[in-house]
Design a protein around this ligand. Structure first.
Ligand code: ATP
Ligand code: MG
Ligand code: FE
Length: 362
């Protein structure tokens, strides 16, 4: 099926068009620059930016894919989770398009769409597209999603109907922690790339920062799992970094930015890869997909590759333009749902800022 996908859950307005597993176009417009001076995404600004960006993005996507709205078989849109005002812009636009064209509308889960992007032949994952579909029903897939809004481990047994949340952050998302720590270190927003760069000149063991929720009372054992075995917490880490920075400031010493950046990064990446490995081993998952903007992180890629190799897990990482928020992933998952003959959502559904991963299609 020819499917138009619409994404507006955070600061990216994305319009993607796919034909089955083939990506035709992926138009993305980000309001990131408008949030720089605030050091984080401001929901009001993001919503306004979606309003401005939607029609131009739609027009450019249709032009680039060389299709008309008439030819489209279905429209898919992110229904949640995300910022409610931002979600509402994409969903309202999608409903309007659906009413105007008579095309069926599918309201889908943003997190599952991050995994669904792996279904595309052009995902950058070697051999994927059809192969992932073939493999999923047999052995399932794990997903480690790390972005400015999410830090989650999913078990995906059937991407259209059987997704389980194994663990998530209890406070800040990993990307959010990067952004906040970058601010403490006087680095620019977005903090991820800034810290990644600064860390290259630093020592990973210069500071021994805490690994959130890795104490035995949270982890438990394989036989007797603790309450947060696969969960994450980064607020304690952020506080620990703040205390170290304050120490240097009160002593009037220069802040060792590179060493703090490298040590902070090691704490984040160590704990997320370790918990992801644990989840894969204990749930019998043999393939792990890495997604979200933090998948750009050089140390995360390295450690994830090392640890997956060590544990006999196949690591797959879509190309970066498909790891960050985009419309192609929404279209890809939408196309799969259409191909399986699933009922469309209709136009009465509401956005759900905390839509659970178990709801693939609203
Ligand atoms: P969502 O959470 O809905 O997926 P988002 O806009 O918050 O949306 P993305 O656009 O996927 O997330 O990613 C942005 C985040 O990724 C930011 O927090 C940014 O700091 C982080 N990031 C980008 N590059 C890197 C990097 N090299 N290392 C670490 N973090 C990075
Ligand atoms: Mg973003
Ligand atoms: Fe996302």
């Amino acid at each position: 099926p020819l499917v138009l996908g619409i994404e507006s859950s955070c600061d990216e307005t994305g319009i993607g068009i796919v034909r089955g597993n083939t990506l035709l176009t992926n138009a993305v417009s980000s309001s990131m620059d408008e949030h720089v001076r605030f050091g984080g995404v401001i929901p009001e600004i993001a919503s306004r930016a979606h309003l401005d960006a939607f029609v131009p993005a739609l027009q450019s996507a249709l032009r680039e894919a060389d299709v008309t709205l008439d030819e489209i078989d279905a429209i898919a849109v992110t229904a949640g989770p995300g910022l409610s005002g931002a979600l509402m812009v994409g969903v309202s636009a999608a409903k309007a398009l659906s009413v105007a064209t008579g095309k069926p509308l599918y309201g889908i889960n943003h997190l599952v769409a991050h995994v669904g992007v792996g279904l595309l032949e052009d995902s950058g994952i070697e051999g994927h597209g059809a192969e992932l579909l073939d493999q999923l029903p047999r052995e399932g897939l794990g997903a480690l999603l790390v972005s400015g809004g999410h830090t989650e481990i999913l078990a995906v047994r059937d991407i259209t109907s059987d997704v389980e949340l194994l663990g998530a952050t209890l406070d800040d998302a990993a990307g959010e922690a990067y952004d906040k720590v970058a601010r403490l270190l006087g680095l620019n927003y977005p903090g991820g790339p800034a810290i990644d760069n600064a860390a290259r000149a630093g020592h990973r063991k210069a500071f021994n920062f805490p690994r959130g929720l890795s104490a035995r009372k949270f982890m438990g054992t394989a036989e007797n799992p603790g309450p947060h075995r696969y969960d994450f917490s980064f607020s304690g880490l952020k506080t620990a970094v703040a205390r170290v920075v304050e120490g240097f400031e009160t002593r009037g010493e220069e802040i060792p930015v590179a060493d703090i950046a490298a040590s902070f990064q090691e704490s984040v990446v160590d704990v997320i890869t370790k918990k992801a490995m644990l989840a894969c081993q204990e749930k019998g998952i043999k393939t792990l997909l890495l997604g979200g903007g933090v998948a750009a992180n050089s140390r995360l890629r390295q450690l994830a590759a090392d640890r997956c190799a060590e544990h006999g897990i196949t690591l797959i990482i879509p190309k970066l333009s498909l790891c960050t928020d985009n419309g192609a992933m929404v279209a890809a998952l939408g196309a799969r749902l259409v191909a399986e003959g699933r009922e469309p959502s209709g136009i009465d559904f509401e956005t759900d800022s905390s839509l659970p991963v178990t709801t693939v299609l609203i």
